[in-house]
Design a protein around this ligand. Structure first.
Ligand code: DX5
Ligand code: ZN
Length: 229
């Protein structure tokens, strides 16, 4: 993974057909996505359950590019090695998932993956200051984590702007997750975000047998974001 700040679209397979994850990953890559976003939920840190390292390992051969694994689990540390072994390029842990986020980020990089730090909508950015050299990505949740198809929380745009200033020239991505659409993508792109996760807005209207709408949706979100730069 080489670092650049160009707009990157990362469809979330939470909105894909669970029975066809492999083919769905191939379809969104063929339709022009940049990263594949994989939402891991444990029914404890968030009120929903999705899948674990075994599913990540199963879909890895179907992803040529970046597998971006978003861990909505607590605790995190006991599972880092398993997700790294499964082929995750980026492993993102929530600041709210436990008291030892500094150690968690060290362990993620120690396992050979890029380290991501996610912030829930109610979490401030003060603590991030002490972690900036430990992370490769900061994920700003623009919905309360746990489900796709939720409404974007506009108050988070200011958080993105402040984070962008705090990051400066460091090679740290700002990822936006939740409620990204053609309407909201320009707001966060203008504020300094470069990785845009989109689930329902990408998978809407398409399927493995009819993937063309995936491409139309990806191109529309990218064009809207780039127009705001
Ligand atoms: C929510 C997940 C998101 C979600 C985004 O907890 O982390 O990645 O799938 O879905 P949309 O784009 O539909 O809000
Ligand atoms: Zn996510």
């Amino acid at each position: 993974m080489t670092f650049n700040r160009s707009i990157k679209i990362a469809p979330s397979i939470l909105s894909a057909d669970f029975a066809n994850f492999g083919l769905e990953c191939e379809a969104i890559e063929a339709q022009g996505c940049d990263w594949v976003h994989v939402d891991v939920m444990d029914g404890h840190f968030v009120p929903n359950i999705t899948f674990g390292p075994a599913t990540c390992a199963a879909i890895r051969p179907h992803i040529k590019g970046v597998m971006d694994v978003h861990l909505m689990i607590a605790p995190v540390d006991p599972y880092i090695e398993a997700f790294a072994q499964a082929g995750a390029d980026v492993i993102t842990a929530h600041l709210e998932a436990g008291p030892h986020i500094h150690r968690t980020l060290q362990a993620i990089r120690g396992a050979g993956a890029k380290a991501g730090l996610a912030l829930n909508p109610g979490t401030g950015i003060e603590d991030v200051h002490y972690l900036l050299d430990m992370v490769d990505l900061i994920c700003v949740m623009t919905v309360n984590p746990g489900f796709g198809g939720q409404k974007f929380i506009p108050s988070q745009v200011e958080k993105v702007r402040r984070l962008r200033a705090m990051i400066g020239d460091r090679p740290v991505h700002i990822e936006i997750d939740g409620g990204v659409t053609v309407e909201t993508a320009p707001l966060v792109a203008a504020a300094g975000a470069d990785v845009l996760v989109a689930g329902s807005a990408v998978f809407r209207g398409g399927s493995v047998s009819n993937p063309a709408p995936y491409g139309e949706n990806i191109r529309a979100i990218r064009a809207a974001a780039e127009a705001a730069l």
